[in-house]
Design a protein around this ligand. Structure first.
Ligand code: HEC
Ligand code: HEC
Length: 222
């Protein structure tokens, strides 16, 4: 089903299309309970092209505050959908990403998230309890000792940029990112713990990657 079809059907008041649209809207809230939306892979690729200007360059950094732009390849699709919905609504108040997400419809978000994520990270071995730093032990019940989310709503942390993980944790601490689960987790972490957990998860392999660009000459040194 194309997005165009959806839009024109809604405009002409077809009930079934409205229901589909509602189902897509609910994906972020209860991804596991909803039937998977129909994905238009080709459209995802077209929409995703502008995103590669930042997410497709290895080691690309946000200027201020200075941290690496998150790796998206291998990330869970429902988590990326939820993140984009939150940027669009302003609930996750990062200005550049708010602007990027504003023009995206619900279907666009599903398509582009699916394209950018590609195949989920696989093949990891759970770490032995003795290998997990004390501060990170509590995190593994959702994010896995291998750093791979145990459910699609828990993002994968393995291989994510260390500076981005630190930034994200500080955002939960300050309330700038409003997820209640992570806010309560964060409350127990000292600044030293944040350094330890970010180093642990970012170094796990296999892990997330930068989305490959069609033209590899763009790729800076990792
Ligand atoms: C100008 C650079 C830039 C562009 C272009 C850009 N992004 Fe981002 N993106 C960022 C930065 C920086 C962050 C981290 C923001 C934060 O701290 O919340 C981010 C975060 C994200 C996240 C959240 C990842 C996570 O792990 O929580 C998603 C999803 C995302 N971007 C998707 C997109 C999509 C889709 C596009 C294209 C429509 C896009 N981005 C274009 C810079 C960019
Ligand atoms: C009960 C489950 C749970 C536990 C335990 C948990 N998290 Fe999370 N975590 C989540 C959820 C859900 C999200 C997505 C929240 C959102 O959408 O902002 C998340 C998001 C994150 C993110 C942001 C990822 C990104 O790509 O932006 C980081 C970093 C993170 N968690 C680290 C941790 C650390 C470190 C711990 C241990 C101190 C921890 N989490 C414990 C559920 C959990």
């Amino acid at each position: 089903m194309s997005e165009l079809w959806l839009r024109s059907s809604v405009r002409s008041g077809v009930r079934v299309a409205t229901a589909v649209l509602l189902a897509i809207t609910c994906v972020g809230a209860a991804a596991s309970a909803q039937p998977p939306p129909v994905v238009n892979a080709q459209r995802g690729k077209v929409l995703g092209y502008t995103c590669l200007g930042c997410h497709g360059i290895k080691g690309y950094r946000n200027a201020y505050p200075n941290y690496a732009v998150p790796r998206l390849r291998g990330q869970s699709v429902p988590y990326l959908i939820q993140a984009l919905q939150e940027y669009r609504s302003g609930n996750r108040a990062y200005p550049t990403m708010h602007l990027q997400a504003l023009s995206l419809s619900d279907q666009d978000i599903v398509d582009v998230a699916t394209y950018l994520a590609g195949q989920p990270v696989a093949g990891a071995k759970p770490a032995a309890a003795s290998e997990v730093p004390k501060a990170a032990a509590v995190c593994t019940s959702c994010h896995g000792s291998d750093g791979i989310g145990i459910s699609p709503l828990y993002p994968t942390l393995a291989g994510q940029h260390e500076s981005y993980l630190i930034r994200a944790l500080l955002e939960y601490q300050s309330g700038y990112r409003k997820n209640p689960i992570m806010h309560s987790m964060e409350a127990t972490l000292s600044p030293a713990d944040i350094t330890v957990v970010a180093a642990y998860f970012s170094h796990l392999k296999p892990g997330l990657h930068t989305v490959p660009r069609p033209d590899t000459r763009w790729a800076a040194k990792r």
